[in-house]
Design a protein around this ligand. Sequence first.
Ligand code: ACO
Length: 700
Amino acid sequence: MALEKFFSPNSVAIVGASRKKGKVGYEILKSMIDAGYEGGIFPINPNTETIEGHKCYPDLESVGQAPELVIISVPATTVPTVMQQCAKIGTKSVIIITSGFKEVGKEGRELEQRIVQIAKQAHIRIIGPNCLGVIVPANKLNASFGGELPEKGTIGYLSQSGALLAAILDMANANSIGFSKLVSIGNKADINELDVIKALAGDTETRVIAGYLESIVDGNAFVSQAEQISYRKPILLMKAGGTSAGAKAASSHTGSLAGSEVAYECVFERAGIIRCDSIKQQFDYAQAFANQPLPKGSKVAIITNAGGAGIMAADAVEQHNLGFAKLSDETIKKLAAELPAAANLYNPVDILGDALADRYEFALDAILDDAGVDIVLVLLTPQAMTQPAAIAEAIVKIASQKPTKPVLACFLGAGKIADAVKILRRGKIPQYDSTEVAVSTIKVMFDYLRWRTRPKRVVKLFPVNRRKVENVIERYLRRGVREIGEEDSKEILEAYGFVTPKGSIATTAQQAANIAQQLGFPIVLKIWSPEILHKSDVGGVKLGLNSAVEVTDAFDLMMYRIPKQMPDADILGVLVQQMCGGGKEVILGMNRDPHFGPLMMFGMGGTMVEVLKDVSFYLAPLTAEEAKQMLISTRTYRMLKGERGEEGVDIDTIAEGLQRLSQLVTEFPQIQEMDINPYVVGPAGTTPIAVDARISVEQI
Ligand code: ACO
């Protein structure tokens, strides 16, 4: 496994081990000792002989051997000297606890670069700086100042915030949650989030990877590798720091609706990462993945001693679109033979308020045997005669005898169920304090199963004319112009198989009327100026002109009014265009995220896109399935499919448009943002028209 020496070193030196209780260097040494670490511990401190009974060394060289792991906790300016000593003695794994590096500004950044340089030259790997340390309960290694060594478990945790990790540890210790490894990654000067996720993926002790991140170092590598890892182990992440502040000033609708938050959503979706909003939620989910098998399907069976709780859970099952297990006749017969006459034998199975452990045991056993059941949720409320602890024992016993289906518990209450909760946790039965949380955990397990078993992603490549697009883009970049004009945008779109409306530029009203007559009515006029991006905002679009007179009038009005409104705009004429009617207007768009590349957008088209915000995003390149999913996840989809007898539009051609656009922006990284708006689509058999497009490019 990678990072082996960080996780199971045979000896550890603590440089800056302090004599004084409460100081970081002291607490790390004390944590190592208290955890019962069985390897060699070498405190390094030139100012004392011993600390906590351990012989101290004035420096690393005096140890006489290279400790496999060195923890550095001396002031920042001293760290480079200690790193040089590490290089000299040949230690290859270093945790730097010290803060005061790139997080504090320019000087700290330079200091951090110096230590990275020393590390690179000596092939040393660094965790940190500015971190809490590393904890491996199974190896009795507590190389941190985060608190008591937690229990051994199967959750591997990484955190970009050391302080948050300390809170997680406290919470986990209070709730008997165990870990395989905990890594505080700090400033990620060398080892980053992906390195740790990869190490946890390869770690046989880790069943679930969980973590807290604020940033991702290499977006592309993260997406592709996290996706591979998610197939093997669930990844549950909390991600902070992604607000609209990340969205740059955008010229397209897509650009203004996208932002780093949207990008992370897309990345997590693509990579199968389960996003969590809070520590509690993360551990609610992690408990289930860490301790129970994945369900084979979504058919939930509920056992309860309380009708109300059963109904609440059943409602949640329905709201989350999970299935309800239909118990077999054989199971019903079995239940009928043992349960009181008043019991409800159908799912949710109500074993009544006076149920003791024997009833729970019997019902759970019978229901787990039913082939139509994928998951069992056991509910309990503590009545006067209820024995929560004995019932918990019974659940643990049956679930461990029949370990192929997940069993989750939801014991409601507080004081009366406290001991039972401990028994459930110790017995690896995830316990939830509300029916809603229990059922949403089931939903997350099922969604993960679905993601993992989805068909292999196949991105279709359409035959296109790349050379044509290359020429247009080069021409603009040579002139240093970012926004591609409407005619050239059309050329780009046509090269990638889109159909655009016919039309040409008129510089006089008479010319406009002639072109209109050739094209046939109705006609659209659009002001033609590189400076005017949002034409409708300045009255630069006139729709539905039905005669030569209407065309000349509209032409004259535009040419009179717009130069007054935008005196600096270079107006080159008016585009006289065929009017595409009879279809529905949607928008297809793309915004390039600086870390993760092109984010595709779909939504209801027209001028209201940014107001209605009924849009969906997905990371390019898109598969047919993903493109379709983008449509389905908007409200517009129902309208497109046709409501109340109204004929629907050709959904597949929209999905194909998104795939073509995805191919275009993947093949041309110079394209930074683009919208096709409106993209007019009609019923099956008609050709969608890319009526208007906005493309902006940048030299890369
Ligand atoms: N080699 C070995 N030992 C040394 C050396 C050296 N070159 N130089 C000093 N020491 C000894 C000192 O004598 C001292 O021991 P003593 O207390 O017995 O005298 C000990 O090392 C520590 O040195 P100090 O100068 O006293 O440094 P101090 O402990 O005040 O601070 C520290 C060092 C903790 C690394 C500090 O600089 C720091 O970065 N604190 C913040 C740590 C942190 O928060 N990290 C992020 C965690 S994540 C989160 O947010 C929780």
